[in-house]
Write a protein that binds this ligand. Structure first.
Ligand code: PEP
Ligand code: MG
Length: 540
């Protein structure tokens, strides 16, 4: 074989080996009950054999460029393009792509990374999620990164695997250079270089208290969530795929309060077919059965989750653009297909479907949702397919105008689900992904809580239930404030449910009422958080 062809063939073989390694790591995460995280590595496996990169690398290699250099250069062209787009998700993909290129080069050169064999804390500028997944369990005691962000894949994976992690610690590398020992507290965000004995003792004591707290919390899983004097709060799980159902059930979820279906639409070349969608929704419904609702959110496309195959023009402010239900005005078929898939899935699973739409801002948006729902049902019935009588239909309250119109909206739908992530972003006019705006991003700000209280009042007046499915619901301090305000249903990541259940069990309904009153009267988020933490601390 001529040397150009030989180099080309080595590139293809190395790319396939790297993809196989990444798929094996993904399978390992699935075995650990982490299918959502496995998707990160599955996506990287696809990048490893992406023809746009591999064919370009092969072309360069045929021209005489070293195969390793050709791979890195070809990947870099795409990575630079991705990193340049103002989109957190795509920027994270640039880091993932560079990681994939480095892996292919290692395969080409027959080299291996020397991962620590002894229990260690990793300190780095950044750390690819695939390496984190590769570290043997028990070896990685903690992670401290100068770069990254709380929403970077490596941070999500570390959280999910229970590895203490501190990210975006500017100046970290200088601060720890030359240190013999480093301690990391992922909960408080502290990294201590060469800690004194007394400091180590404080950290060890905290670790012991948290270990005890976590054990006690997981022991409550079989019991319904309630305050110490028996006021019930329903705890449900947020999921991105039916693969997450077993973990949610194991965590004691009473159903799914938010199934983020847009993940089915991401990282692919065309929209999922009605059949494929129906299969996914049916699996989720069957996993939870007829008595535990699965609230399917219609694809929340737009914002930071743009989908190239829809062919939509770029928007200067995507979070204020054509997102979620707004797509129904322009891409009616997209939502109709999804709704038909939900009706059919529920018909086959023998359950009553629950659906909600994100980004509802006006009465017309809610009307559109109801129209699409009914039109989809008529189509399913006309095709002679089994179809339930009704669909429990709700709207997310995450746009200030919807909160203001809540009394009218409450008379049109079956339930509200408050999305505190976006509600905070829109009430405080602070991009939820902008690290320079952290001081505006705490959903415990009284402006957000007063909005939530008004929405609850409107829901109560109309006699419909109100849930919260934003991150605040999974934060023990936030969950206490929300329960005090009168939220009857909290939906959060499965891993947060133990902590919320334990927090609620440690306080009485009267204490929650008092906390809510104090929170509504406060003038900043810090005061609210301090009051909630004091109550949390008092029960510990
Ligand atoms: C929210 O905005 O609070 C929410 C739950 O939706 P997402 O985070 O998916 O936008
Ligand atoms: Mg939202």
């Amino acid at each position: 074989m001529a040397s150009g062809e030989e180099a080309e063939s080595r590139i293809h073989t190395a790319a396939e080996t790297a993809a196989a390694q990444l798929n094996a790591l993904a399978a390992r995460l699935c075995e650990l009950n982490r299918p959502g995280d496995a998707e990160i590595l599955e996506a990287q496996a696809l990048m490893a054999v992406d023809p746009a990169i591999i064919d370009e690398a092969a072309r360069r290699a045929r021209e005489g460029v070293d195969p390793g250099v050709a791979i890195v250069d070809a990947a870099e062209v795409s990575a630079v393009l991705l990193a340049g787009i103002e989109d957190d998700l795509l920027a994270a993909r640039a880091a993932d792509l560079r990681d994939v290129a480095a892996r292919i080069v290692r395969v080409l050169n027959g080299t291996h990374l020397h991962l620590p064999a002894a229990p260690s804390i990793v300190i780095a500028d950044d750390f690819p999620p695939s390496l984190l997944a590769e570290m043997p369990r028990g070896v990685l005691l903690g992670l401290a990164l100068a770069g990254g962000s709380p929403t970077a894949h490596v941070a999500i994976l570390a959280r999910s695997l229970g590895i203490p992690a501190v990210v975006a610690a500017r100046g970290l590398l200088d601060a720890v250079r030359g240190a013999a020992t480093v301690a990391v507290d992922g909960e408080s965000g502290e990294v201590v270089a060469d800690p004194e004995i007394a400091e180590l003792q404080v950290l060890a004591d905290r670790q012991a208290v948290r270990g005890e707290r976590d054990r006690a919390a997981s022991a409550r899983r079989g019991r319904p969530a309630a305050t110490s004097d028996g006021k019930r709060i329903s705890l449900l799980a947020n999921i991105r795929s039916p693969d997450e159902a077993p973990r949610a059930l194991e965590a004691g979820a009473e159903g799914v309060g938010l199934y983020r279906t847009e993940f089915l639409f991401l990282r692919r070349q065309s929209a999922p077919s009605e059949e494929e969608q129906m299969g996914a929704y049916r699996r989720a419904m069957e996993a939870f059965g007829p008595d535990r609702p699965v609230v399917i959110r219609l694809a929340d496309i737009g914002g930071d989750k743009s989908i190239p195959y829809l062919g939509r023009p770029e928007e200067p402010n995507p979070f204020l653009g054509v997102r979620a239900i707004r797509l129904g005005h322009e891409s009616r078929d997209l939502l109709l297909t999804q709704l038909r898939a939900i009706w059919r899935a529920a018909g086959l699973a023998g359950v009553t479907p629950h659906v909600m739409a994100a980004m509802v801002a006006t009465i017309a948006d809610a009307c559109l949702l109801l129209d699409l729902r009914d039109e989809a049902r008529a189509q399913v019935c006309a095709a002679g397919q089994p179809c339930p009588e009704r669909m429990v239909t709700g709207v997310m309250i995450e746009v200030p105008s919807a909160a203001i119109m809540a009394p009218e909206l409450a008379r049109m739908v079956d339930f509200f689900s408050i999305g505190t992530n976006d509600l905070t972003q829109y009430v405080l006019a602070a991009d939820r992904g902008n690290p320079s705006l952290v001081r505006f991003q705490d959903a415990l700000h009284p402006a957000v809580l007063r909005t939530v209280a008004a929405v609850i009042a409107a829901a109560n007046a109309a006699g419909i239930p109100v849930a919260v499915c934003g991150e605040l619901a999974g934060d023990p301090a936030g969950a206490m404030v929300l329960a005090g305000l009168g939220v009857g249903e909290l939906s959060a990541e499965a891993g947060s449910l133990d902590g919320v259940r334990a927090a609620l069990a440690g306080v009485s309904a009267a204490q929650l009422d008092a906390l809510a009153a104090e929170s509504l009267a406060a003038t900043d988020a810090e005061t609210v958080r301090a009051a909630a933490n004091e109550l949390l601390g008092a029960r510990r």
